[in-house]
Design a binder for this molecule. Structure first.
Ligand SMILES: NC(=O)c1ccc[n+]([C@@H]2O[C@H](COP(=O)([O-])OP(=O)(O)OC[C@H]3O[C@@H](n4cnc5c(N)ncnc54)[C@H](OP(=O)(O)O)[C@@H]3O)[C@@H](O)[C@H]2O)c1
Length: 333
């Protein structure tokens, strides 16, 4: 690799199908933005897997270098706040969807999208957290802002073996919460238990539509699944319970009723990491350093792949065959 010739995964649309291939690029091929970054790591998120496989309509502009997040070092920038050598992390802002993203050894982006790495976090660790883990932290922030504390009672995390879920479980445990996990695959229980889940909520009922109100079980919940699962979570919340909803791994619909809201005072809070204002990003990345046990990160990041392996890992992710976070080492062969 050199700055003149480097590798990137490029998505092209051919006969309405997504074609993903490794290409050799030069700097002239990169977008005309104000900051050039040499990338160390990116990650594979659910959204990346949908983009790379073409199984979801994620790509807004062709051709596209996917990868919705990355961490690396500024090479040059016209923004004086980002001097050469500054370590940075990028998540969101439609990078990897509309704008060229992290599956490249170099990328040019708007400096407004970058956050300087907080003290105590390496580029590798930042991407082990990645968009998914960052969103897990945002969900915990949302619950706490709504008044939830460890004394409130048990917290349910759905999709607990996934990227967002794994990090959310580990953070909640570190903060002293009692965490119950919902994971579709009993083979992943040991993994989720090591992150700090006290027990599991699994059962056949999660595949069924709930009644408008079910027995009260949870003081708070983080939902990454949506659809019937979120509908049941809402129906099972304690009076005054708080749900942070960030995902749609099980579907984008929400077949619920108003009953949990008007009879149990349940609060449903939406969590978005993509367009989050920069001051909250900076605060959240700093919080990750303190509230996510770093020794847990190695266990959460079960898989590291090269650019060449991103496509097959994407298929496995969408088939539910992966767990935790998937690191993309853009410089590995
Ligand atoms: N709002 C935001 O800014 C934001 C940011 C990041 C991610 N997200 C969304 O959050 C969700 C999770 O992302 P992720 O990166 O954690 O993905 P992931 O690593 O693929 O994890 C998703 C987890 O959801 C569960 N799941 C998958 N399909 C399911 C189904 N059909 N029914 C029930 N559960 C299912 C599985 O958990 P188990 O293995 O435990 O069953 C899976 O591990 C995605 O929808 C993603 O788009 C949103």
């Amino acid at each position: 690799m050199s700055i003149e010739q480097f590798r990137a995964l490029v998505l092209r649309e051919e006969e309405k199908k997504t074609k993903a291939a490794i290409e050799t690029l030069g700097l002239e091929a990169l977008p005309d933005e104000d900051t050039l970054v040499q990338i160390d790591y990116s990650t594979l998120n659910f959204k990346d897997a949908l983009a790379v496989t073409g199984r979801g309509k994620i790509v807004k502009s062709w051709p596209l270098v996917p990868g919705i997040d990355f961490a690396g070092t500024v090479v040059e920038s016209s923004n004086p706040h980002f001097k050469a050598g500054t370590k940075v992390v990028l998540t969101g802002w439609s990078v990897g969807e509309k704008y060229w993203g992290g599956y490249s050894q170099f990328q040019r982006v708007k400096s407004d999208w970058l956050v300087p790495l907080p003290e105590g976090l390496s580029t590798r660790q930042a991407m082990m957290v990645g968009t998914a883990g960052f969103t897990g932290m945002l969900c915990v922030n949302a619950l706490e802002r709504a008044g939830v504390s460890p004394k409130s009672g048990p917290v349910l995390v759905t999709g607990a073996a996934g990227g967002v879920g794994s990090v959310a479980v580990a953070i909640l445990k570190k903060l002293g919460y009692t965490v119950t996990a919902l994971t579709g695959d009993p083979a992943k229980h040991d993994y989720v238990a090591t992150l700090g889940a006290a027990d599991f909520a699994d059962g056949a009922q999660w595949a069924e539509s709930p009644r408008p109100l079910e027995g009260q079980r949870w003081a708070a919940a983080i939902d990454t699944v949506g659809s019937k699962v979120l509908a049941r979570v809402l129906a099972e919340m304690n009076y005054g319970g708080v749900v942070a909803a960030c995902g749609l791994a099980g579907g984008a619909d929400l077949p619920t009723t108003v009953m949990p809201f008007i009879l149990r005072n349940v609060n449903l809070i939406g969590v978005d990491s993509v367009m989050l204002p920069t001051p909250e990003r900076i605060m959240t990345w700093k919080r990750v350093v303190y509230d996510l046990p770093m020794q847990m990160l190695e266990g959460i990041t079960a898989t590291t792949v090269s650019l060449d392996e991103v496509k097959s890992a994407s298929e496995r992710m969408l088939d539910g065959k992966l767990k935790g976070r998937v690191l993309v080492d853009v410089n590995a062969k």
